[in-house]
Design a protein around this ligand. Structure first.
Ligand SMILES: Cc1ncc(COP(=O)(O)O)c(C=O)c1O
Length: 300
């Protein structure tokens, strides 16, 4: 059974999926993307990712390539054709194909749409989560609109490579005031020395994580509170626990920052519990009204 990609209106074998050399996503990073995790063949946090996609596009004045309803059908078909149960769905929309010029092409240029789906080995992923991951820090050097999920990811690419070369799975950006903003592809959290959950507030120059948002709801349902206040790397290593969240990582315990242990150097109990609760909720396909409202507020 082969893999199929969706490219501008057609499903094509993965190995033959190509875009034009003058696609503005390719030449100018004039494109946005979204990533959904898939549980039992269903999109987790479907609504939150759709809302953010629509917002990213509207901030850049790129048209939705089709209605949300039609897009939902295409995503479902992409999952079905690839026979993926547990995995990730990647979607990218660019401003389309036009002779290379910085200014927008004419209004007739349709946006390009590419979708790929891949399977994940959940057992391997869970084994990684049970061990926890290492994080390194790196100076914040991204543009001022990290709330837009743009494919312009060069600083994130370099940060991730730095992490990999240090034996870590993620890099946390640290701003000029010494506070962690977020990970190169995840939101950053700690359970501080007083036992309070902390994560950066979304007025900062960060991506408004959809997983973060759902987790806020999970946490509220558990009767716990979150302090949306920035923390330093030193606070992270003095913390009881640390973890990252994202569609790719879900809730992933962090066991060291820049080579210094967090807590006792093992995944923390709260992070482990929140991971379980998040996955249970995603498997149950729950994206209730309150989470939706919170997402709308968050993205406004
Ligand atoms: C920079 C950055 N922050 C945070 C996240 C987490 O966002 P989400 O939970 O919506 O996947 C991502 C995910 O790719 C990211 O790239």
């Amino acid at each position: 059974m082969g893999r199929f990609a969706y490219v501008n209106g057609r499903f094509v074998p993965y190995g033959q999926a190509v875009v034009h050399i003058e696609d503005r996503g390719y030449q100018l990073a004039d494109a946005v993307y979204e990533v959904w995790s898939l549980f039992d063949g269903k999109l987790a946090d479907a609504e939150g990712h759709f809302l953010r996609l629509e917002r990213s596009l509207s901030e850049l004045r790129i048209a939705m390539p089709m209605s949300r309803r039609a897009l939902t059908l295409v995503l479902r078909e992409a999952i079905r054709r690839n026979r993926v149960k547990d995995g990730l769905l990647y979607l990218q929309v660019s401003r389309g194909v036009a002779p290379r010029e910085h200014v927008f092409p004419s209004g007739e240029t349709p946006p390009s749409l590419v979708i790929t789906v891949k399977s994940l080995d959940r057992a391997a992923v869970e084994a990684k989560a049970a061990k926890g991951v290492h994080v390194v820090t790196t100076p914040e050097n991204r543009w001022g609109r990290c709330d837009i999920k743009s494919v312009g990811l060069l600083p994130n690419v370099l940060a991730k490579q730095k992490a990999k070369e240090a034996g870590a799975a993620e890099a946390w950006f640290v701003d000029d005031l010494g506070f962690v903003t977020e990970g190169a592809s995840s939101s950053a959290w700690i359970v501080d020395a007083e036992g309070r959950l902390r994560t950066r507030d979304t007025n900062a120059n960060i991506l408004r994580g959809v997983t973060r948002n759902t987790l806020l709801q999970v946490i509220a349902d558990e009767g716990l509170e979150v302090d949306e206040r920035p923390f330093t790397p030193a606070e992270a290593t003095a913390a009881r626990e640390a973890f990252i969240t994202g569609a790719g990582t879900l809730v992933l315990p962090v066991i060291s920052v820049d080579g210094r242990k967090v807590g006792d150097g093992a995944p923390g109990p709260l992070a482990t519990k929140l991971r379980r609760l998040y996955i249970e909720r995603a498997r149950a396909g729950r994206s209730d009204q309150r989470a939706r409202l919170r997402t709308c507020r968050n993205l406004a």
